[in-house]
Design a protein around this ligand. Sequence first.
Ligand code: IMP
Ligand code: ZN
Length: 316
Amino acid sequence: MKLEHLKSLKKSELHAHLNGSISPKLLYELALSTQTLNAKELGLIQAPPSDWDSCFALFGLVYKVVRGPQILYRCTQAVIEKFLDDGVSHLELRTTLKEDLEHGISWDSYLDTILQATDDFLNSPQNGGQITVKWIISLDRSKGLAYVEKSMATILRHHKKSPYIVGTDFCGDPYIGHFKNFERTFQHARQEGLKTTVHFAEVPRFEDLWEILDFSPDRLGHACCLNKGLFEKILEKQIPVEICFTSNLLTGVVCAPEVHVVKAFYKARHPFVICTDDFGIFHSTINDEYRKVAAILNLQVAEVEDLAARSLAHTF
Ligand code: IMP
Ligand code: ZN
């Protein structure tokens, strides 16, 4: 399928981390102008990761470059612009709260900056009403309950005054922590009107997956390392899945394209949405993801068009 045709399809992107979605070109330019990365690090950001650890090492380099409100503002707009160029008409970006007092960033000012950048972009002639953007705020499970509760209080304060914050995301190192410890906090956010998505079964650790399904998240991210019981429960509950195909292969959690869970969800006619996760880290695009999934599912053009159209039905 031709790139121009893929680009022309209106679609949603529902699983994209802000700092993982900065294009390698922009990241490189920023790294040079700020002189924040050494020669070896500059080399590393020019290639996709080869496994889980190298993926997370790359985030460490991104955080060295994206410092201070001006760069954050610029990166936020660049990420939105790239999705707009690729034909995304509804974008749900996500990010964890950041504090970097040395560079004038607190949790509040971090949120203020990305929300202002979003508002300015959406009201610019460049957008012309073509894309809508919403925010999902991620809570890192590895940082413990006190951090998650404090983050949630900040998120809820901003949610009351901003139309852009629509949901929360349970993310972070899936080998650390248990959803049960955080469930009350997510329940509270739900009562306050925020939707929930969860990084789910991204690795083969089954510790808290049944508890997460009992909570009935509004969407699940990844869901690529499932056993039969979990797969069937997701079908029964009809929870839409955010498929991050390249991410799962490059982080090594799925060993080959042919065994990716998207095939089983497609066969079962279960709702899923093709997403990038971190297109900057993985050197991919939303249209690359459509092309790869279309190839593995043997889709005809009309079926790809249908997949793109249906992605708009699962937004928050
Ligand atoms: P940020 O929250 O905007 O900084 O987005 C990057 C962060 O998202 C990373 O530091 C990770 O914590 C999280 N993240 C990105 N991709 C993944 C993933 O595939 N699994 C788990 N967490 C991820
Ligand atoms: Zn993710």
